[in-house]
Design a protein around this ligand. Structure first.
Ligand code: CA
Length: 233
């Protein structure tokens, strides 16, 4: 079984928390970062986690990456429909990063710029790719990761759940090793502190979720911040 820590915080400047997160038994973790005017971002990220939870409850675990992706697709339809029915929700959307562990394998599915990382020994690796405009520029060699961190368009997403009909979901599975630590987080963490700091906290903190939130707030806390940490025995 994994040892799990989770935390979310509104941050230092925002007036509402548009992030949603959930831990679903067995060993399944979801973070969602909503966007949209008024309260629409909150609606979108909550719809995502509720839809995923309900969808997974109807099929037997372990939930592989294809099942996780189906759950995101269903949420995409539901959020699109809700936005069509209510003008105030027009244009809302959410990121979705889901990880499911079954003791031997890790399965994940992902849309947007929330992230899944794995710490294995000293190797701290981002397992998801951001679906962001700056990431496409990095891949084309037009921008360095350092430039991307301060780019004026760094918040622009290429796709989000509930915002486009033709969603492309990244999904994969990989073997789990004893001692692996997985981190799911929204960009309110990764825009505030460097990867090296995150890795250090994961290695040393008694409660890594609370410690990561604290570090993000100390780093500025300009956005909502949410984290789930799952350490494999
Ligand atoms: Ca955010």
């Amino acid at each position: 079984m994994a040892k799990v820590y989770q935390a979310t915080h509104i941050g230092n400047v925002r007036h509402n928390n548009e992030d949603s997160l959930i831990v679903i038994e067995p060993e399944t973790f979801v973070v969602a970062d909503g966007m949209g005017g008024a309260s629409a971002g909150e609606v979108a990220s909550k719809m995502l986690i509720e839809t995923v939870k309900k969808f997974l409850s109807k099929s037997l675990a372990p939930w592989n990456e294809n099942i996780l992706a189906q759950a995101i697709l269903l949420a995409n339809d539901k959020i699109l429909n809700e936005a069509r029915r209510h003008e105030e929700y027009s244009g809302m959307g959410t990121t979705a990063t889901i990880l499911s562990l079954d003791g031997e394998q890790a399965y994940f599915a992902h849309v947007g710029d929330s992230r899944l990382y794995r710490l294995r020994g000293d190797a701290f690796e981002q397992l998801t790719k951001d679906h962001s405009y700056v990431e496409t520029l990095i891949r084309r060699g037009e921008l360095t990761p350092e430039e991307a961190r301060v780019h004026p368009m760094k918040n622009v997403l290429m796709q989000a759940v509930g915002a486009i009909a033709e969603l492309h979901i990244d999904k994969a599975n990989l073997p789990v090793e004893h001692g692996d630590i997985f981190l799911l987080c929204t960009d309110g963490l990764t825009n505030m502190i460097e990867d090296a700091t995150i890795a250090k906290i994961l290695k040393t903190a008694g409660n890594p979720a609370d410690a990561l939130i604290e570090a993000a707030l100390e780093g500025g806390g300009r956005d909502n911040v949410s984290v789930i940490v799952a350490g494999v025995d």
